[in-house]
Design a protein around this ligand. Structure first.
Ligand code: ADP
Ligand code: MG
Ligand code: MG
Length: 209
């Protein structure tokens, strides 16, 4: 197993631990504007994903990411399972040649593209897309225009995602369950944007170690 493969497995494990720690927090957010299952969905799905990738011997990073995505798709119902899982499976192909600045940018862009293809949400619909678009755009720009190392680009992406999460609060939901609330969704932080931020924060913290 390469160093990169071991690192990606460790990231999946760390994400599972973080989302388990945030289970109640995400449940509370989803209770306010949804059906109170986002904490459980994420904690359970990522715990299963961590177990599934742990069981892979002698594999590459793309397979680790694909396996995590497949597990999320099969373990998590609702909106977030196919959005997170399906997009990870699809984008994992960008990592066939391992982790480089180029493959990471391609991965991020393809992941975002798949989320918006599947969910048909745009920025301003109060979904995970509100965290993801600024994160992916900032990551790409930081690498391709500002020539920053991937780790610094990721730090900037995390800051951008944080602002995206804050942006979900004062807007109305137009996609997903929260949209059923109409104007009553205004004033609430989106659970999926929040879990996206937690995942990116964990990615950054794990990579910095
Ligand atoms: P469900 O809403 O089916 O119970 P979850 O609670 O696990 O699923 O996930 C809810 C999150 O999924 C929302 O907070 C939002 O970020 C995201 N979401 C829902 N619908 C969409 C969509 N069409 N596009 C993008 N993200 C979406
Ligand atoms: Mg829900
Ligand atoms: Mg649900």
């Amino acid at each position: 197993m390469t160093e990169q493969t071991a690192a990606v497995k460790a990231v999946v494990r760390a994400i599972a631990e973080r989302l388990e720690a945030e289970r109640e927090h995400l449940t509370d957010l989803d209770s306010a504007i949804g059906d109170a299952d986002h904490g459980g969905n994420m904690a359970r799905g990522w715990a299963e994903a961590a177990t599934a990738v742990e069981d892979l011997d002698d594999t590459d990073v793309a397979t680790v990411v694909k396996t995590a995505g497949r597990t999320l798709m099969s373990e998590v119902g609702g909106a977030s399972g196919p959005l997170y899982g399906g997009s990870l499976v699809f984008a994992s192909a960008e990592l066939d040649d391992g982790l480089t600045d180029e493959t990471l940018v391609a991965f991020a862009e393809t992941y975002l593209e798949k989320v918006t293809d599947r969910g048909d949400a745009a920025v301003g619909d109060q979904t995970m897309v509100d965290a993801l678009v600024p994160a992916v755009h900032t990551f790409k720009k930081s690498i391709e225009v500002d020539d920053l190392p991937a780790i610094e680009a990721l730090a900037k992406a995390v800051d951008a995602a944080e602002r995206g999460v804050a942006f979900t609060v004062p807007i109305r939901a137009s996609k997903g369950r929260a949209s059923y609330l109409g104007w009553r969704s205004v004033g609430h932080q989106d659970p999926g944007a929040t879990s996206t931020l937690f995942i990116l924060e964990t990615l950054l913290a794990t990579t910095r170690e």
